[in-house]
Design a protein around this ligand. Sequence first.
Ligand SMILES: C[S@@+](CC[C@H](N)C(=O)[O-])C[C@H]1O[C@@H](n2cnc3c(N)ncnc32)[C@H](O)[C@@H]1O
Length: 213
Amino acid sequence: MTHKIIVVGIGPGDPAYLLPKAQKMIEKARILVGGRRALADYSHSGARECAIGADIPGVLAFIREALAEDDVVVMVSGDPGYYSLLDALRRTFPIGQIEVVPGISSLQIAFARLALPWHNARLLSFHGREPLETELVRTDGAVLGMLTDGSNNSQAIAVRLLACGWRENDRMYVCTRLSYEDEKIIETTLGTAKDDMGIGHGVIIVCTHEEDT
Ligand SMILES: C[S@@+](CC[C@H](N)C(=O)[O-])C[C@H]1O[C@@H](n2cnc3c(N)ncnc32)[C@H](O)[C@@H]1O
């Protein structure tokens, strides 16, 4: 029998945003892989564990070995389909061996907090990467939803967008610790954010200022 890799999205953090299907998979798991935060929240005595750190080849080797024994449940933050270990798993294992349980992405919850539809938004990641200039360019009515990291923070992104035709009074929403008790959503403008201290590790939403478009 071929065992499966079940990639489970655990949502933005608060277990209230974990799908019941995902919870069931985690509870049933006998082999559980996940980041430190996920293991702290969801590890249980019935499961052998492997923490996802910087050594991705090591994690993939652990999964390969563990599959000989049982199914492996891999927990990732947000939704597996948006910048997660799923990419590396697809390059390493047969796709038919991978099952995905979706989760609520940090981008989804950020748009929900602003009551802002995201069907026309340009979704981008500054988490350990740099979007192309063509993806950042200002167009009338544009909405950008972006993942950030420590160095690609609100200040750096404001500077980058202003260089791509965005304007000083275009709106920026800096969303951190979404779903947690200390969640913060700061509303500012690109002109202010470029001079303020940068805030990273969150979601940033930027919209054109309506009177200017
Ligand atoms: C490796 S990416 C994973 C994205 C994830 N797959 C998703 O759908 O949200 C990690 C980035 O997600 C964002 N993120 C994850 N959880 C978050 C939260 N609770 N609040 C704000 N941003 C979060 C941050 O931009 C963080 O740097």
